[in-house]
Design a binder for this molecule. Structure first.
Ligand SMILES: *[C@@H]1O[C@H](CO)[C@@H](O)[C@H](O)[C@H]1NC(C)=O
Ligand SMILES: *[C@@H]1O[C@H](CO)[C@@H](O)[C@H](O)[C@H]1NC(C)=O
Ligand SMILES: *[C@@H]1O[C@H](CO)[C@@H](O)[C@H](O)[C@H]1NC(C)=O
Length: 520
């Protein structure tokens, strides 16, 4: 009894006290990026950590242990509000430039926000770690520097070329294509050449041409003795990456690069409207789910494209279609009867429904990973950014077909719909890939939680690679290879010289021998 009296309070103490205080800084306005942070932060809150979040997306419903500590103002509302013209304007620019400015320098202006400056002052109880998105605005690492706590990065895609060096993750350019290029893992000579040239260019463009302005903002708001943004990047202890071997291929990973691909695939807070559920239940011949993601308004696409959609999708009846349309009143008249429209969808619940046959998508990473997790084959119509590469990868894995927005015709769309609905290959490979994608020793959220706690327990250098202290030519052993070549050259020279010398000596002897013979 006495033992119990001691043990019980101890157990209660242990179960409540292992929670850490974690600050998440996610100023970027991309909703699809925030989906990953939201699920990660909620997952950590559920494990008993106290989570404070700075973002443009405050939670609609309160969540225990999760606080929206600062909500940043939004200038451009893009969720369900991106028209075809705006997409063409915004996204025609170089993607590295877009990340460095809209996703980088412009966000660093928030460092001057009084609420953000307040976060950099010591807290009681103190934070145990700071999480930031590693993308374009690594300037936010200054908060971790000020608080003297570990800095942890989250990447919503496979690493961009300029993010490898911060944790000395090997680039492996022979087998790992840059995620800004439309290449798959098996590359020929010219593709490898293209990979190395563009990767080097993108790194230089990001590191030297566009983001050094962040140094000025860091020092303006936090003092002249602050580290530069490149130095702050080197403080990152761990990067949680939205990638997985089944989708991104096999490559060497340093210990601080941890895959948590599909961490956002959670449907616990989605509500399924009874009307939509009934429509899906009643689709006895199956249905296709069609969306171009959280931002795009399909109704603003060119008339020609919408005419093709109406014609081809109308023809697949009795198979039905569910489409996300933010402003249905803007759609042309005569929507085929087998199409159900709604401004918002509980996407994972729709993808999980037993009657779903296929997913028509723009190829955004988050949505397509959800589709892969649910084993649903896809028709991809990529629009911008990484969507082309994503779809190409899925096509190479036989779980998707690709169509292009500029060249799509009723015939090509009919053919794709027919193949995805009738050829069992796509469904079967999608099902198998789903199994492989989810088959892990520890699920994504537990993996993230484990490594974050590991860094907090053992310190910010506990996963630091010794390669962090070497230059690029030391890492690739160019100095050693150069030295060995030099030694080989010397040995060869000595051998050549000696052989020549001996030969000449022999010749001399021979000559003097024959000379003396003649005299004799
Ligand atoms: C909130 O955190 C506490 C410990 O910090 C934990 O005991 C509790 O279970 C958490 N709440 C929820 C709903 O996860
Ligand atoms: C939608 O975007 C337009 C600009 O394209 C903007 O003027 C409008 O305010 C936005 N709507 C909302 C609800 O934010
Ligand atoms: C749809 O089908 C599921 C499974 O058969 C059932 O649990 C659910 O109640 C049905 N919903 C509606 C609205 O019919």
């Amino acid at each position: 009894m006495r033992v119990l009296l001691v043990i019980f309070p101890l157990l209660i103490y242990l179960s409540t006290c292992h929670g850490y205080r974690i600050l998440g800084l996610f100023p970027f306005q991309g909703k699809s990026h925030f989906v990953m942070f939201e699920h990660l932060m909620k997952g950590l809150a559920k494990k008993g950590h106290q989570i404070d979040v700075v973002s443009k997306f405050p939670l609609k419903k309160p969540y225990p242990n999760y606080t929206d500590i600062v909500t940043l103002p939004t200038t451009l509302r893009l969720v369900n509000n991106m028209s075809f013209e705006l997409m063409q304007q915004l996204l025609s620019s170089n993607p590295t430039y877009a990340v460095a400015t809209v996703g980088g320098n412009e966000l660093c202006e928030f460092l001057g926000n009084p609420e953000i400056k307040e976060l950099a002052k010591p807290k009681n109880p103190p934070y145990d770690a700071v999480l930031i998105e590693v993308f374009g605005a690594q300037c936010f690492g200054v908060i971790a520097h000020m608080l003297k706590v570990p800095l942890i990065g989250i990447s919503t895609t496979a690493l961009y070329p300029w993010l490898f060096d911060m944790i000395a993750q090997p680039e492996s350019l022979a087998i790992t294509p840059s995620n800004l290029l439309s290449l798959t893992e098996s590359m020929n000579f010219w593709q490898r050449l293209q990979n190395i040239v563009f990767t080097t260019y993108d790194k230089w463009y990001f590191n030297y041409l566009t983001t050094r302005e962040q140094d000025r903002m860091i020092r303006e708001h936090f003092g002249p003795d602050m580290p530069s943004v490149r130095e702050l990047e080197k403080k990152v202890s761990l990067v949680l990456i939205n990638s997985h071997i089944t989708l991104n291929g096999i490559q060497p990973k340093t210990a601080a690069a941890v895959d948590v691909g599909g961490i956002h695939v959670q449907d616990e807070d989605e509500t399924l409207q009874p009307e939509l559920e009934k429509w899906m239940n009643d689709s006895k011949d199956g249905f296709i789910y069609f969306t171009f993601g959280s931002m795009m308004m399909i109704e603003t696409f060119p008339r020609k494209f919408l005419t093709v959609l109406y014609a081809s999708l109308g023809k697949i009846a009795p198979v039905r279609v569910i489409m996300k349309i933010p402003k249905p009143e803007k759609l042309p008249a005569a929507l085929p009867e087998n199409i159900y429209i709604s401004p918002w969808m509980p996407q994972i619940k729709v993808l999980k429904h037993p009657n779903i046959k296929a997913f028509i998508t723009h190829g955004g990473l988050m949505g397509t990973q959800e589709s892969i997790a649910c084993g649903v084959p896809m028709i991809g119509i990529p629009l911008f950014a990484d969507q082309f590469t994503n779809i190409d990868r899925y096509v190479a894995r036989n779980i998707a077909l690709r169509l292009d927005i500029d060249t799509i015709t009723e015939e090509s769309f009919d053919a794709a719909l027919n193949a995805i609905l009738r050829d069992p290959l796509y469904r079967e490979t999608a099902r198998k890939l789903s199994q492989r994608f989810l088959d892990r020793p520890l699920n994504a959220i537990d993996t993230a939680n484990y490594w974050i706690e590991y860094i907090i327990r053992y310190g910010e250098d506990s996963l630091r690679s010794p390669a962090m202290d070497l230059t690029w030519w030391q890492i690739s052993l160019i100095d050693v290879i150069g030295f060995l070549l030099f030694c080989t050259a010397i040995v060869v020279a000595i051998v050549v010289f000696t052989v020549r010398f001996v030969k000449e000596m022999l010749n001399e002897n021979h000559k003097s021998l024959s000379y003396s013979k003649k005299i004799n």
